[in-house]
Design a protein around this ligand. Sequence first.
Ligand SMILES: Nc1nc2c(ncn2[C@@H]2O[C@H](COP(=O)(O)OP(=O)(O)OP(=O)(O)O)[C@@H](O)[C@H]2O)c(=O)[nH]1
Length: 581
Amino acid sequence: MSHHTASQADLDVLALLTSDSASLGPLAPTPGNNVSASVPPPSGGRKKSLPRRDSPLDALLISAVLAGSGPVTRHHFGHGPARPGAYASCDESRPSSPSRQPLPSKVVMRSLQAPRSERLRLQQEEQERSAEKPGEPSTSPATATAIPIPTPTHARDSSAPLAKSPTGTLSLSFGSRPKRRMSIDPAPVSQVLQAASPVANYFQNTTYAQPTALFPTIPTSAKPQVRCMARTRIPTPHGELFLHLYHNNQDNKEHLAVVIDPVQLSPDAKKAAPRSRREIRSRTLDEKWREGETEMERVVRGAYVGRLVPGGENDQASRAPPDRGSIAEEGDLMSGMDDLDVGMDTDDILPLVRIHSECFTGETIGSMRCDCGEQLDEALRQIALAQPLPTHRSAADGFPTPASSRSPSPAAALGAIPHVPGRGVVIYMRQEGRGIGLLEKIRAYNLQDLGHDTVTANLMLGHGADERKYGVAAEILRDLGLAGDGPEKGIRLLTNNPEKVEGLAAEGVQVLERVGMTPRDWKCGDEGEGGDAEYEEWRTRRAGVGLIGAGAVRGPELDKYLRTKVERMGHMIDIPEAHRR
Ligand SMILES: Nc1nc2c(ncn2[C@@H]2O[C@H](COP(=O)(O)OP(=O)(O)OP(=O)(O)O)[C@@H](O)[C@H]2O)c(=O)[nH]1
């Protein structure tokens, strides 16, 4: 049996571990300093007390040190076995931090793409396949492979069932990775929409350019054709309007028509309007799209009559409008208000039309390089304004005076000129930068910053001063019954641009009157109509604001929209008491 001789330090530690003394003074040596010597017995009868943790030497701490935990301190006790430099990485100021791994001398990049030869082979196969199916829209192999567009799983497989939650709502997930789940009403909306959109069949004799094809080959020589894909009611500061979205066979853009026609929405407006007034409706939207189409399909695309009532049966909505063709049928479009004694027995005003070209800078970010935002706002305002029934129309700008305007109306003859609800349309053409596109317009602005004017800048970039065409706009007007070649006589055109008048006339639209647009700032100037309260109001607005109506957006529909965001999408905003249900 080996015999170990304990040092004084060992004895001190032993005494520490077994002592119940609060203060640790030097221990009395035992005779012979022998480890087998009995440890001093606890002082009999004294109450045991734990050593103070703030004493100069802590028994627990020292025992831990001796147990091999290395550099353990009070604050790091229990962090596991200490490794050299375990905390060094916490100190970024230490360049010699041992945890820092030296960078590999050469960074190796690995491509996740297939080898080029493989990709070329796939492209070749793809081309051969599309050549075999001539009916399908062609996509450039370069674009098809270079810009992969992820497709939602439910779009790839429309029959894929939607996951149903225990609460009965449905959730859509995109891709294989489960993302944030959003619930929708448990109606087969995707099926309805799919059934309602067999877009490839719309344009006979031409290859229809699918909006999803990035750079399609478009037969621009074909006669322009349009189809209204959907329509919906939008409340705005200028009243409620109907937004129509159009597809066409000329370009890859979705052009819009903003229809202001209060008689479609309110019996009062209908009563105030002349009896001869026709609703402004899209023929291609209203016509039957396929055998056996359902009422729900028509409602979803907006081919209903009247006004949808949330949560309720709508008598008017369920009645599909008949095809256009005869005036008698046309009258049926108003049949939702048949029982009203409606309309004055007089001629109507001509619809006011603006052909407006897209301007992201002016309309969306309030650019003060142009007045496009203001013009859009002003156009909607003027169209929605109640109009005095015409007593006469001047032949301004050399346009013929319409027969209906030459003789005073009966009411005007009696001295009282009644006002009728305004009506008309803004055709919103996606012809940014007068047709050169936003990229080129941005470049043109830089040239303008060098001192060139807007026309020269266009020319310097190799464009025309104005590259817009009016064939599609004319077809949209025709579809809405406003080209003047049907029961409607023609339009008043809101523009200062003679090319627009000529462009539309060349497409067969009857422009019976031009209505000028004066920039508000010019009207508000010292020499302008300063006394006019309307212009005074605009003058006090902050310059450059391009928002329609240029004021606070409010109303019950906005409240509902915001509440839904909070209640169903988790938006972090408190609903004020007054705006709760
Ligand atoms: N290339 C170019 N386009 C611009 C510039 N400023 C505005 N635009 C574009 O011009 C178009 C505005 O046209 P419209 O609103 O139809 O008006 P207009 O042709 O001037 O004629 P009006 O009917 O009298 O207003 C929009 O597409 C704008 O994006 C510019 O400096 N350069």
